[in-house]
Design a protein around this ligand. Sequence first.
Ligand code: HEC
Length: 146
Amino acid sequence: MSETFTKGMARNIYLGGGVFFFLVFLALTYHTETTFAARTNESEMSEAVVRGKLVWEQNNCIGCHSLLGEGAYFAPELGNVFDRRGGEENFDSFLHAWMKMQPLGVSGRRQMPQFNLSDRELDDLAAFLRWTSKIDTNDWPPNKEG
Ligand code: HEC
């Protein structure tokens, strides 16, 4: 058997590898596209959730916070704040109280501004953050405080 690595062999590895990984890429893309609706609970995306996302965007919450890892790392991740701060029982009241008491004015602690949002806007924000917390992220972030 020849010990030489020929140009032909190199070409076959290059082309074969290219085709193989392209097929893997297509299969993973297909898998993502077909499971997206279930993983994001698309059917639970109510009017309130959509309005809440608008409130989130118009007030640039992402300018300080991250949501599922995307955004700024100045303030806590909010993708799981629903689970961290009260869940089904108490998250709504937590969010209302929290938003109204800003800025806390505790020295040495990072401050969050007062946004003067209405109760309706806060209900919508709570619905948006609740919906976000239900997205199947393969258990990311691993830590509830993260
Ligand atoms: C200027 C930066 C900034 C912006 C903009 C901002 N926040 Fe914050 N937010 C903070 C900081 C800093 C904290 C942590 C404060 C603390 O622990 O005292 C915080 C904390 C929070 C918490 C509590 C998190 C927890 O784990 O208890 C919630 C909920 C929250 N913000 C929601 C929002 C929402 C909703 C918006 C948009 C309307 C927003 N924030 C915009 C800086 C910001």
